[in-house]
Structures are given as C-alpha cells and as structure tokens.
Write a protein that binds this ligand. Structure first.
Ligand code: GLP
Length: 251
C-alpha cells in the first residue's frame, strides 16, 4: 500500500481490494479488543463493502471477532420498497453480515423510511446514535457523482438524517440491483453529511474505473463544496482506499 502524495485527505493506493479489506478488518478487530466489544459501527452498502463484510464473517467463524455487543447504524435505505425486497439495504446487510454473525437484532439500526412523521423519526434516529455514544468507525463508499450515503451533490455539509431524492445518475448506476431502472425508488433516507462527519473515524472504499473521474476531480481539483466527498477535508481522521483502476486518472 502506498500513500498518494498531495491529496486533500489521506488517500492510499492498494494493490488489491483484499488488502484494503484486511486492513480495515484489522482496524475493527483492534478496536473491538480495545473497547471490550462495545463498538459503534457505521455501515455502508453497495459493491465496495462486500469483501470487507466477507472478511469479518471469516474472522467471526474463526472466533477472532465477537460482534455480539456491537451496535450498527446503516448509512441509508431506499424508501417505499416492500419488506424483504431483494435490493433493499436491509436485505443486503442481512445477507452479507447480520445473518452470518451474532450482531444482536436490537443492536441493528437502519434508517427509518416509512414512519408517518418521517422528520420526527429521523430526529429520533439521530438521538439513538447519540445515546449509543456516537459512531466510532464509519465505512463509506463513493457514488460515481461523489455522493456519500445518499447525499447527492449540493447536499449541505451540515445536513442531518433526512428524506432525499435520488439523482437520475444514481438511479441509473443502481439499476443493476433491480429488474429495471424504473423500479429504482425515487427517494431514500440517508444520514446527513453532518451526521457522517460526527463519526470518530471515516474509512472510504472506492474501487474500479467508474470512480476514476470523480476521484480525479476531488483529489486533484479545487475544493468544491457541491461534491459531498469533499466534506472529508474537514474531518480529523478520514482515510480513502482506492485501487489502480479508481486511481487511473490521478496523473
Ligand atoms: C449507493 C449507496 C452509497 C454507496 C454507493 C456506491 O448509491 N447509497 O452509500 O456508497 O452506492 O456503491 P458501490 O460501492 O456499489 O460503487
């Protein structure tokens, strides 16, 4: 792994996705030891975290990590998908991590999407994060347009958990998880950028050529506050891990 010079926040080029996953799994393993298992994790969905979750499951099966006291908060969730829809983030988390480990069901927190008073439910959810002591370690992916969670370009850096409309480019990018783009919901609930920045550590994974353009814009361009990934510039402990394909346009 090599640190890329002159980036606005620590950015590392990894030789393989597996090496980034092992490194992040090591961090989580060390924090679990340090906190006697009482860790608050912020979790992400999408293709980027799949390998890390597989690595955590492997360590769980080998008795190297105990997740029974961990509290988890997911970044985002679509609105208006029927319960158990294969593309919902709840289904994703069950499939890749929760059903394969012993994260207690009462310790799993997914953003509220169907409450009658959604604003109140989002505020209550934020309160649950605070009551848990705040997020110790937050995982993030990056959208092709630089979104984090479902905070699309133009989202204020002090935004909190709320209902958002998805950009058409995001609906197109995520259509691969649905039968067609028409089926991708128009709305989601996401942690705000301010909520994300409150986490003590931020760890971002960006792999593959579809991320190359936005990474070149953020890592080599001006500080443009309309691109959510640029919010990491203001965080004391953020790190981005990218592979060669994602780094291809950094020059
Ligand atoms: C979705 C999620 C984001 C995720 C992004 C990137 O839009 N809401 O939280 O970071 O996709 O996904 P992938 O890792 O599949 O590239």
């Amino acid at each position: 792994m090599q640190r890329i010079p002159d980036t606005p926040f620590p950015t590392f080029l990894v030789e393989t996705q597996e090496s980034a996953n092992a490194l992040l799994a090591d961090e989580i393993t060390a924090l679990l030891k340090e906190r006697s298992g009482r860790l608050v994790l912020g979790l992400a969905t999408g293709s980027s975290p799949i390998g890390l979750y597989a690595e955590l499951v492997r360590r769980f099966e080998e008795d190297r990590v105990d997740l029974s006291l961990v509290q988890t908060f997911n970044l985002d969730e679509y609105r208006s998908l029927p319960a158990g829809h294969p593309a919902s983030y709840r289904t994703f988390m069950m499939e890749h991590l929760f059903s394969k480990t012993t994260v207690g069901p009462r310790h799993i927190h997914l953003p509220p999407t169907e409450a009658e008073d959604l604003d109140a439910a989002c505020a209550a959810w934020e309160e649950t994060i605070r009551a848990a002591g705040g997020i110790d370690w937050q995982l993030l992916g990056v959208g092709r347009n630089g979104h984090i969670g479902f905070n699309e370009p133009g989202s204020p850096f002090d935004s909190r958990t709320r209902r958002v409309e998805l950009a058409e480019s995001t609906r197109a990018a995520n259509a691969r998880f649905f039968d067609s783009q028409d089926e991708v919901p128009m709305e989601a609930v996401t942690m705000g950028i301010g909520t994300i920045l409150d986490a003590r550590r931020l760890r971002v994974l960006a792999f593959g050529e579809t991320k190359a353009e936005v990474l070149a814009t953020v890592l080599r361009g001006e500080d443009d506050s309309s691109i959510p990934l640029n919010a990491l510039r203001g965080h004391p402990d953020a790190a981005l891990y990218i592979d060669a394909a994602a780094a291809a346009r950094l020059g």
